[in-house]
Design a protein around this ligand. Structure first.
Ligand SMILES: NC(=O)c1ccc[n+]([C@@H]2O[C@H](COP(=O)([O-])OP(=O)(O)OC[C@H]3O[C@@H](n4cnc5c(N)ncnc54)[C@H](O)[C@@H]3O)[C@@H](O)[C@H]2O)c1
Ligand SMILES: O=c1ccn([C@@H]2O[C@H](COP(=O)(O)OP(=O)(O)O[C@H]3O[C@H](CO)[C@@H](O)[C@H](O)[C@H]3O)[C@@H](O)[C@H]2O)c(=O)[nH]1
Length: 441
C-alpha cells in the first residue's frame, strides 16, 4: 500500500516508520523544515529507543520518504494518516486547528479515492467534522472514506508497543475501508477491534482516563499508607494479584505527566460537559494529580523550610524514563517553586536536558551525571526513575552537604537505604534514618 502520514511527532513518525518496516511505502509529511531535513538524513528528531535504526533501514530500502510538501506527499496515496497534535486549549478542550488544516490540505490535493485515517486523539464527533471539511473543500471528483484509528503507544516504548500492542481500534462507517485498514496492519499480528467512529474516538479518551484514574487512586492510597505506616508497594502488589484489578499502572509517585494524560483527562471532562454531564470522578482524578505533583516540595519544605541558597539536586527532568519529552513533566512545577524559594538547582537528566533548557528557568544548572548533581547538595529530589538514577553510585550520598534524599519514584529499596548514612523519604513507604535527622537538627 502507498501511505502518507501527516505530522511526524511521537505518533506520526513511529507510525510511518513501523508501517514502512512491515513493507508499505510511506511518505511522512511535516511542516517543520528542520525536522524533515534531519529525518531525511536518518536522524530522528525525537528520542525513542530503536527508532533511529528502523528509520535508517527503511530509508535505505526506499520505503520511507519525508517531505514538507503536502501535494507531493499525498501523490498516489491509497491511505492518509492524520497524526498532528491536538494540544490543550486554555479551557481544557482539545485544539483541533491542526487536524482541520490537514483535512483542508487533503481535500485540495488528492486526485484519487482515498481512505483518511485519524490517529490523533480527537473528541467524539471530530472524524465526522473532518469528513465534512474534506467534502466542502474537495477539488477533484474522488471518494473519501474516514476511519478513526486512535493510537495507544507509550513514549519510551513506542516501537515495541506498535509491534506488540494489545489491540488496534478501527472505527468506520465503511466496512470496506475498515477491512483495508485491518489488512494494512495484519503483519503487526495485533488483534483488530472494529467499531463505529464515535465509539472508537471514545475508546481512546476512556482508556487514558481509566489509566489516569488508576494512578491517582494508588497515589491517594499511598498518602494514606504514609499516615498508617503501611507500604504502598506491598499494597499495590497484593492488589494487583487480583486479575480483575491487574498489576499495571499501580505505581505510586509524584503523579502523571506527559503529553497525553493531563490533556486527555481535561478534554474528556469538557466532552462530558458539552453534553451537560459532570464527570465528577475524573475531576477528582485531575485534582489528586495536581496535589501529588507538589508532594516532593511539601516533603522538602517540612525538612528545609528555608531554601534560600540551598543547593538542591534534581534527578530526572523528563515526565518518564526513556523519553526526551518534557511536556507536563513534574520537573517544571518543582523547578519554578524551588527557584521562587531561592534555592540553587543542579539538575541531571540522561536525555531530556536539551529540551529542558528551552523550558526551565535559566537559573537551573545542569550536571553531566547523577553523581555530579548530588555531590555537595543539601538535598536530592528524584523525579524520574531513569536507570542512571536508580543505579547511582550509593557512595555519592556521603559527599552531600546534608544527605537528605526525597524520592518521588521509589527508586531505592528501603532495606538498602537503611544501611546508608542518609535520610530517605519516598512515596507511600515509611521514612528512614530519623535518628540521623535528630543529629542534624
Ligand atoms: N505522544 C504520544 O505518546 C501519543 C500517543 C497516542 C496518541 N497521541 C496523540 O497523537 C497526536 C500527535 O501527538 P504527538 O505527541 O505525536 O504530537 P507532536 O506535537 O509530537 O507532533 C505533531 C507534529 O505535527 C506537525 N504538524 C502540525 N501541523 C501540521 C500540518 N498541517 N502538516 C504537517 N505536519 C504538521 C508538527 O510540526 C509536529 O511535528 C495527538 O493528538 C496526541 O494526543 C500521542
Ligand atoms: O503506574 C504508573 C504508571 C505511569 N505513571 C505516570 O504516568 C505518566 C504517563 O505514563 P505512560 O502511560 O507510561 O506514558 P505515555 O507515553 O504518556 O502513555 C500514555 O498516553 C499515551 C497518549 O495518549 C497513550 O497512547 C498510552 O497508552 C498511555 O499509557 C508518566 O508521568 C508516568 O510516570 C505513574 O505515575 N504510575
Amino acid at each position: 500500500m502507498k501511505i502518507s502520514v501527516v505530522g511526524t511527532g511521537y505518533v506520526g513518525l513511529v507510525t510511518g516508520v513501523s508501517l514502512s518496516e512491515i513493507g508499505h511505502t510511506v511518505t511522512c509529511i511535516d511542516i517543520d523544515e528542520n525536522k524533515v531535513n534531519k529525518m531525511r538524513q536518518g536522524k530522528s528528531p525525537i528520542y525513542e529507543p530503536g527508532l533511529d535504526e528502523m528509520m535508517t533501514k527503511n530509508i535505505e530500502s526506499n520505503r520511507l520518504f519525508f517531505t514538507t510538501d503536502h501535494k507531493q506527499g499525498f501523490e498516489g496515496a491509497d491511505v492518509i494518516y492524520i497524526a498532528v497534535g491536538t494540544p490543550e486549549k486554555e479551557d481544557g478542550s482539545a485544539n483541533l486547528a491542526f487536524v482541520e488544516q490537514v483535512a483542508k490540505d487533503i481535500a485540495t490535493n488528492i486526485k484519487k479515492d482515498t481512505i483518511v485515517v485519524t490517529k490523533s486523539t480527537v473528541p467524539v464527533g471530530t472524524n465526522h467534522k473532518v469528513k465534512q471539511i474534506i467534502h466542502i473543500n474537495l477539488v477533484n471528483d474522488v471518494k473519501v472514506d474516514i476511519v478513526s484509528n486512535p493510537e495507544f503507544l507509550k513514549e519510551g516504548s513506542a516501537i515495541e508497543d506498535s509491534f506488540h500492542g494489545d489491540r488496534i481500534v478501527v472505527g468506520s462507517e465503511s466496512a470496506q475501508a475498515a477491512d483495508i485498514i485491518e489488512e494494512i496492519n495484519k503483519p503487526f499480528g495485533v488483534t483488530v477491534y472494529k467499531t463505529d467512529i464515535r465509539s472508537a474516538e471514545m475508546i481512546k479518551y476512556a482508556s487514558n482516563a481509566f489509566l489516569a484514574t488508576k494512578i491517582s487512586f494508588i497515589n491517594e492510597i499511598s498518602n494514606i499508607c504514609e499516615r498508617v505506616d503501611a507500604n504502598v508497594e506491598e499494597v499495590a502488589e497484593g492488589m494487583g494479584m487480583d486479575k480483575r484489578i491487574g498489576s499495571q499502572f499501580l505505581k505510586a509517585g509524584i503523579g502523571y505527566g506527559g503529553s497525553c494524560f493531563p490533556k486527555d483527562t481535561k478534554a474528556l471532562i469538557q466532552i462530558a460537559g458539552n453534553v451537560d454531564y459532570e464527570f465528577e470522578l475524573l475531576k477528582g482524578v485531575v485534582n489528586v494529580n495536581k496535589k501529588q505533583q507538589a508532594l516532593l516540595l511539601n516533603k522538602l519544605n517540612e525538612r528545609l523550610p528555608d531554601l534560600k541558597g540551598k543547593r538542591i539536586a534534581l534527578l530526572g527532568l523528563a515526565f518518564k524514563p526513556n523519553t526526551d519529552d518534557m511536556r507536563e513533566a513534574a520537573s517544571i512545577v518543582v523547578t519554578e517553586n524551588l527557584i521562587k524559594a531561592g534555592a540553587e538547582i543542579v539538575a541531571f537528566d540522561p536525555i531530556a536536558t536539551e529540551n529542558a533548557k528551552t523550558l526551565l528557568s535559566e537559573k537551573v544548572n545542569y550536571a553531566e551525571s547523577a553523581e555530579e548533581a548530588i555531590k555537595g547538595s543539601d538535598a536530592a529530589l528524584i523525579l524520574t526513575e531513569w536507570d542512571e538514577i536508580k543505579n547511582v553510585n550509593r557512595e555519592v550520598f556521603d559527599t552531600m552537604n546534608y544527605p537528605l534524599v526525597i524520592d518521588g519514584r521509589n527508586c531505592f529499596k528501603l532495606e538498602e537505604m537503611r544501611e546508608r548514612r542518609v535520610e530517605y523519604h519516598s512515596v507511600g513507604r515509611p521514612s528512614i534514618n530519623n535518628d540521623f535527622k535528630k543529629i542534624y537538627a
